[in-house]
Design a protein around this ligand. Structure first.
Ligand SMILES: [Zn+2]
Length: 636
């Protein structure tokens, strides 16, 4: 059952917040089924994206690069294959890569593009981005068939699933467009998009209706993205429970049953095919109160974040979980950490936090956001990454302008449009401040605007400023992260400094009547620490506070890749692209500070006492260079 965390918590003033949360009633089954109370399972509600604005800092810089990237794409080129499929004229040159006219996933990126524009418009209030999204919706609506089908390829590709004939992932692609339409409605107020999405869902309902359960389970072996999630979302948007019934047809029991029974049978399973099935369960729980769906999502999240993730919060090697649970040391490779699973784990974590208000979920979110997501877009041109190699001696590889459009390119344009989406959550009484990102949230219902001024993580402090028209009682719950290197300290309105020791993965709550201009200063000391592989304690990554540090090993061979783009760092196979060998670290002691020293600049360090010094920098800002994240550390 959802519950407020029972872990240690420090409340600066009154305990009314905890009392209020504890008083949330357990819902009866009938109430749970009541769509009118569909969000009752949620303790901590995320703010709508349009209520949050980013202030200057690395996340806003990254967002701006993506905004330019989105607006730089040509709508007619994006729409080409849709128009051709619908029998409409198109003289535009198509895009290539996975959007090429002969690629079975063509059109998938356009769905992500719709979501990206909707997210970006909500995140920034940019009318030009909204207009771009609206244009794509309107043009795609002209391509929708009378029976609701809308795709850049003929429905024959989806029909191949029934005959079990070879096809890549047609429902995966269909879902992207479906989700893009729903996002355009919910985030960008485009009513036409909901009409298109509802018709697309109707076509899906008619397609699955004659398929018996046995055949459907066979069909579900082929990747189908977030069909279940989007159908659940449509049910919530329209208050029409029949869409839940359609979503159930996409419950892949081969994956879900073991998870419901608390068994990790994820080894050899494709990560990014799987996570959306779990997000669908999470959304189902929120809408219907179905306990089995809750248990599936809860167990899966704990298994993957606790036992199957690298130090960055990313997961998968060769796109799958290759080894038995907890065995990660053997998974380091050039094709680790496909970016889509990180995108999807962040989405799932947002749900998990909503049910639990558990700081450990926000801790994971920070880990994956700062280390696994920031840095997956090239700052020069907005190109996106596919894999993030965890093997040493490789480098980040990005797409090329006309020839990428991979899955991760698609999830990338979404991720880099919505950095404000999980900084703050709220209930009726207060706000959770989960991430330390320069931003502000406008809580209109409460008449509170909270501004967070921070240079985090370059500095280990943040200031929260409350803007209210009249004194207002609000509980500010500030996350105290797992990585804290000393006592957290807090000052209200420049008064007495209060230092709290021994509090990690928890919340520091200040519940009081705030006056306009009141401010809180929080210091969260960082320190160097290591993150060791669970199955090999001598294989260690170095962290400073929340940041993974990477060793700079020299420039990458070349940025200008061949065409088509290189899918892995070894794509062209030439000797120059081979990794370079990284020597083991000879450590004088178990204390990381015996071999890692400050380098004289904020967040920069160096490995000392070895054959040569190696510069260590935040992994999320290391581009165009070979690197190492994990080090073999031996005691000298
Ligand atoms: Zn991907």
């Amino acid at each position: 059952m959802p519950k407020h965390p029972t872990r240690r918590e420090f409340v600066v003033t009154s305990t009314s917040t905890l009392a209020a949360i504890a008083a949330i009633p357990v819902l009866s089954p009938s109430l749970r089924r009541d769509l009118a109370r569909r969000d009752a399972a949620i303790i901590a509600r995320p703010f709508d994206l349009h209520q949050v604005r980013l202030l200057p800092g690395p996340f806003r810089d990254d967002l701006e690069v993506n905004r330019r990237y989105l607006m730089g794409l040509d709508p007619d080129r994006l729409l080409h294959s849709f128009r051709v499929t619908a029998g409409l004229p198109s003289t535009a040159e198509p895009y290539y890569g996975w959007e090429a006219p002969d690629n079975e996933l063509r059109g998938h990126f356009v769905g992500h593009y719709l979501s990206g524009c909707a997210l970006m418009a909500a995140q920034t209030g940019d009318d030009a981005v909204k207009a771009r999204g609206d244009l794509i919706v309107a043009e795609l609506a002209k391509c929708q068939q009378a029976d609701g089908y809308l795709s850049a390829f003929p429905s024959e590709l989806i029909d191949r699933l029934k005959a079990r004939r070879g096809v890549w992932a047609p429902f995966y692609t269909y879902h992207k467009i479906f989700a893009g339409m729903l996002d355009s409605y919910t985030l960008s107020s485009n009513a036409q998009a909901l009409d298109v999405a509802t018709k697309m869902a109707g076509w899906t309902r008619d397609w699955v209706q004659p398929v018996d359960d046995t055949q459907m389970q066979l069909i579900l072996r082929t990747e189908f993205g977030g069909m279940g999630e989007s159908l659940n979302n449509l049910a919530a948007i329209t208050s029409n429970m029949s869409w839940i019934d359609v979503s159930r047809r996409f419950d892949h029991e081969h994956i879900l049953t073991p998870l419901a029974e608390g068994r990790d049978e994820l080894t050899h399973v494709h990560a990014n095919t799987t996570i959306p099935k779990i997000i669908a369960a999470a959304r189902r729980y929120e809408i219907t109160g179905d306990q089995r769906s809750h248990d599936i999502a809860d167990y899966f999240w704990r298994e993957v974040t606790g036992k199957r993730c690298f130090v960055t919060g990313g997961t998968s090697s060769g796109e799958s979980w290759k080894n038995p649970v907890g065995q990660l040391a053997g998974e380091l490779a050039p094709d680790t950490e496909e970016s889509c699973p990180t995108y999807n784990m962040l989405k799932l974590t947002r749900h998990i936090f909503g049910w639990t208000a558990d700081a450990r979920a926000a801790d994971y979110y920070e880990r994956a956001l700062f280390n696994g997501m920031l840095g997956t877009q090239h700052p020069a041109d907005g190109e996106k990454i596919y894999y993030t190699p965890m093997a040493s001696g490789y480098w980040r590889m990005f797409g090329t302008p006309d020839h990428g459009f991979w899955c991760c390119h698609g999830t990338g344009v979404e991720s880099h449009s919505k950095f404000g989406d999980s900084i703050y959550f709220h209930d009726d009484d207060g706000i959770w401040v989960n991430q330390f990102i320069a931003s502000e949230v406008n809580w209109g219902e409460k008449g509170v605007r909270l501004v967070q001024e921070t240079a985090f993580p370059a500095k280990d402090t943040t200031r929260l400023i409350v803007h209210v028209a009249r004194p207002t009682q609000v509980a500010l719950r500030i996350r105290v992260p797992y990585w804290l290197g000393g006592g957290a300290s807090i000052t209200v309105n420049g008064g007495r400094n209060l230092t709290i020791a021994g509090l990690r993965s928890s919340y520091l709550t200040i519940d009081r009547a705030w006056h306009n201009g009141d401010h809180v200063d929080v210091a969260l000391p960082m320190k160097l620490h290591v993150h060791a592989m669970p199955d090999d304690p001598t294989l260690q990554a170095v962290m400073y506070g929340p940041l993974v540090l990477a060793g700079k090993l020299g420039p990458e061979p070349t940025r200008a890749g061949p065409t088509p783009p290189r899918m892995t760092p070894d794509f062209d196979g030439s000797p120059v692209t081979k990794p370079i060998t990284v020597a083991a670290i000879n450590a004088p002691s178990d204390d990381v500070t015996s071999w890692v020293k400050p380098a004289g600049k904020p967040l920069e360090f160096k490995i000392v006492g070895q054959e040569r010094e190696i510069a260590l920098v935040p992994f999320n800002r290391l581009f165009d260079a070979r690197y190492a994240v994990y080090w073999k550390v031996t005691r000298g």
